[in-house]
Ligand binder design. Structure first.
Ligand SMILES: Nc1ncnc2c1ncn2[C@@H]1O[C@H](COP(=O)(O)OP(=O)(O)OP(=O)(O)O)[C@@H](O)[C@H]1O
Ligand SMILES: [Mg+2]
Length: 125
Protein backbone atom coordinates (compact mmCIF):
# COMPACT_ATOMS: atom_id res chain seq x y z
CA UNK A 1 0.00 0.00 0.00
CA UNK A 2 2.66 2.51 1.06
CA UNK A 3 4.98 1.66 -1.83
CA UNK A 4 2.27 1.58 -4.47
CA UNK A 5 -0.05 4.39 -3.41
CA UNK A 6 2.01 6.65 -1.17
CA UNK A 7 1.79 8.06 2.33
CA UNK A 8 -1.63 9.78 2.36
CA UNK A 9 -3.40 6.64 1.12
CA UNK A 10 -1.49 4.42 3.55
CA UNK A 11 -2.28 6.75 6.47
CA UNK A 12 -5.97 6.82 5.50
CA UNK A 13 -5.88 3.03 5.48
CA UNK A 14 -4.48 2.77 9.05
CA UNK A 15 -6.87 5.52 10.18
CA UNK A 16 -9.79 3.63 8.70
CA UNK A 17 -8.93 0.60 10.82
CA UNK A 18 -8.75 2.59 14.07
CA UNK A 19 -11.53 1.94 16.61
CA UNK A 20 -11.35 5.67 17.46
CA UNK A 21 -12.53 7.82 14.52
CA UNK A 22 -9.58 9.60 12.90
CA UNK A 23 -9.63 12.64 10.60
CA UNK A 24 -6.71 12.73 8.17
CA UNK A 25 -5.45 15.99 6.71
CA UNK A 26 -2.36 15.15 4.69
CA UNK A 27 -2.35 17.06 1.40
CA UNK A 28 0.98 16.05 -0.11
CA UNK A 29 1.47 17.10 -3.72
CA UNK A 30 4.20 14.58 -4.49
CA UNK A 31 5.79 11.39 -3.26
CA UNK A 32 8.43 11.81 -0.57
CA UNK A 33 11.69 9.85 -0.36
CA UNK A 34 10.92 6.24 0.57
CA UNK A 35 12.70 6.49 3.92
CA UNK A 36 10.61 9.52 4.88
CA UNK A 37 7.37 7.78 3.94
CA UNK A 38 8.32 4.63 5.83
CA UNK A 39 9.32 6.56 8.94
CA UNK A 40 6.15 8.65 8.83
CA UNK A 41 3.99 5.57 8.41
CA UNK A 42 5.70 3.93 11.38
CA UNK A 43 5.08 7.03 13.53
CA UNK A 44 1.40 7.26 12.60
CA UNK A 45 0.88 3.51 13.17
CA UNK A 46 2.37 3.60 16.66
CA UNK A 47 0.61 6.85 17.58
CA UNK A 48 -2.78 5.52 16.51
CA UNK A 49 -2.13 2.20 18.25
CA UNK A 50 -1.51 4.21 21.41
CA UNK A 51 -4.70 6.21 20.90
CA UNK A 52 -6.65 2.97 20.64
CA UNK A 53 -4.97 1.30 23.61
CA UNK A 54 -4.52 4.11 26.11
CA UNK A 55 -6.29 7.38 25.35
CA UNK A 56 -10.04 6.75 25.77
CA UNK A 57 -10.38 9.46 23.12
CA UNK A 58 -13.55 10.04 21.14
CA UNK A 59 -11.66 11.47 18.14
CA UNK A 60 -8.16 11.78 16.77
CA UNK A 61 -6.57 13.68 13.93
CA UNK A 62 -3.48 13.11 11.81
CA UNK A 63 -2.24 16.10 9.88
CA UNK A 64 0.92 16.70 7.92
CA UNK A 65 2.63 19.21 5.66
CA UNK A 66 6.01 19.61 4.02
CA UNK A 67 7.65 22.83 5.21
CA UNK A 68 11.24 23.97 4.93
CA UNK A 69 12.48 20.65 3.63
CA UNK A 70 10.89 18.55 6.37
CA UNK A 71 7.67 16.62 6.79
CA UNK A 72 5.84 17.93 9.85
CA UNK A 73 3.33 15.48 11.28
CA UNK A 74 0.92 16.01 14.12
CA UNK A 75 -1.21 13.38 15.80
CA UNK A 76 -3.80 14.66 18.23
CA UNK A 77 -6.38 12.92 20.39
CA UNK A 78 -9.00 14.29 22.76
CA UNK A 79 -8.41 11.59 25.37
CA UNK A 80 -7.19 11.52 28.94
CA UNK A 81 -3.52 12.39 28.44
CA UNK A 82 -0.65 11.00 30.48
CA UNK A 83 1.45 9.63 27.62
CA UNK A 84 4.90 8.91 29.02
CA UNK A 85 7.85 7.42 27.09
CA UNK A 86 9.02 5.77 30.33
CA UNK A 87 5.85 3.64 30.34
CA UNK A 88 6.65 1.39 27.37
CA UNK A 89 8.88 0.85 24.38
CA UNK A 90 6.74 2.37 21.60
CA UNK A 91 7.43 6.06 22.19
CA UNK A 92 11.13 5.61 22.93
CA UNK A 93 11.35 3.44 19.80
CA UNK A 94 9.87 6.30 17.77
CA UNK A 95 12.28 8.82 19.26
CA UNK A 96 15.25 6.52 18.54
CA UNK A 97 14.14 5.90 14.98
CA UNK A 98 13.66 9.63 14.39
CA UNK A 99 17.06 10.46 15.89
CA UNK A 100 18.72 8.17 13.34
CA UNK A 101 17.29 10.21 10.45
CA UNK A 102 17.88 13.61 12.10
CA UNK A 103 14.22 13.98 12.99
CA UNK A 104 12.52 15.09 16.18
CA UNK A 105 9.56 14.18 18.31
CA UNK A 106 7.82 16.35 20.85
CA UNK A 107 4.97 15.21 23.01
CA UNK A 108 2.44 17.19 24.99
CA UNK A 109 0.13 15.03 27.09
CA UNK A 110 -0.91 16.59 30.37
CA UNK A 111 -3.03 14.54 32.78
CA UNK A 112 -6.62 15.00 31.65
CA UNK A 113 -5.54 15.45 28.04
CA UNK A 114 -5.39 16.19 25.26
CA UNK A 115 -2.39 14.42 23.73
CA UNK A 116 -0.50 16.01 20.86
CA UNK A 117 2.54 14.46 19.21
CA UNK A 118 4.57 16.55 16.80
CA UNK A 119 7.16 14.95 14.59
CA UNK A 120 9.61 16.45 12.14
CA UNK A 121 11.29 14.28 9.51
CA UNK A 122 13.89 15.90 7.23
CA UNK A 123 13.21 15.12 3.59
CA UNK A 124 16.81 15.23 2.40
CA UNK A 125 18.93 12.41 3.82
N1 LIG B 1 -2.40 8.74 23.24
C1 LIG B 1 -2.20 8.41 24.53
N2 LIG B 1 -3.09 8.76 25.48
C2 LIG B 1 -2.90 8.43 26.78
N3 LIG B 1 -1.83 7.74 27.22
C3 LIG B 1 -0.91 7.36 26.34
C4 LIG B 1 -1.04 7.66 24.95
N4 LIG B 1 0.06 7.16 24.31
C5 LIG B 1 0.80 6.58 25.25
N5 LIG B 1 0.23 6.67 26.47
C6 LIG B 1 0.79 6.19 27.77
O1 LIG B 1 2.21 6.22 27.66
C7 LIG B 1 2.71 4.91 27.87
C8 LIG B 1 3.89 4.65 26.98
O2 LIG B 1 3.49 4.48 25.61
P1 LIG B 1 4.35 3.52 24.69
O3 LIG B 1 3.78 3.56 23.33
O4 LIG B 1 5.78 3.89 24.85
O5 LIG B 1 4.14 2.09 25.35
P2 LIG B 1 2.92 1.07 25.23
O6 LIG B 1 1.97 1.52 24.16
O7 LIG B 1 2.35 0.88 26.61
O8 LIG B 1 3.59 -0.27 24.83
P3 LIG B 1 4.34 -0.59 23.44
O9 LIG B 1 5.75 -0.82 23.87
O10 LIG B 1 3.63 -1.79 22.94
O11 LIG B 1 4.18 0.60 22.53
C9 LIG B 1 1.52 3.96 27.67
O12 LIG B 1 1.66 2.79 28.41
C10 LIG B 1 0.35 4.79 28.14
O13 LIG B 1 0.24 4.72 29.53
MG1 LIG C 1 2.69 2.06 22.24
Amino acid sequence: MLTDRGLPAAVRDVAGRSPVPVDVDLPLAARLPTGVEVTAYYVVSEALANVAKHSRATRATVSGRVRGGALLLEIHDDGRGGADPAGGTGLTGLADRLAVVGGRLSLSSPAGGPTRMRVEIPCAW
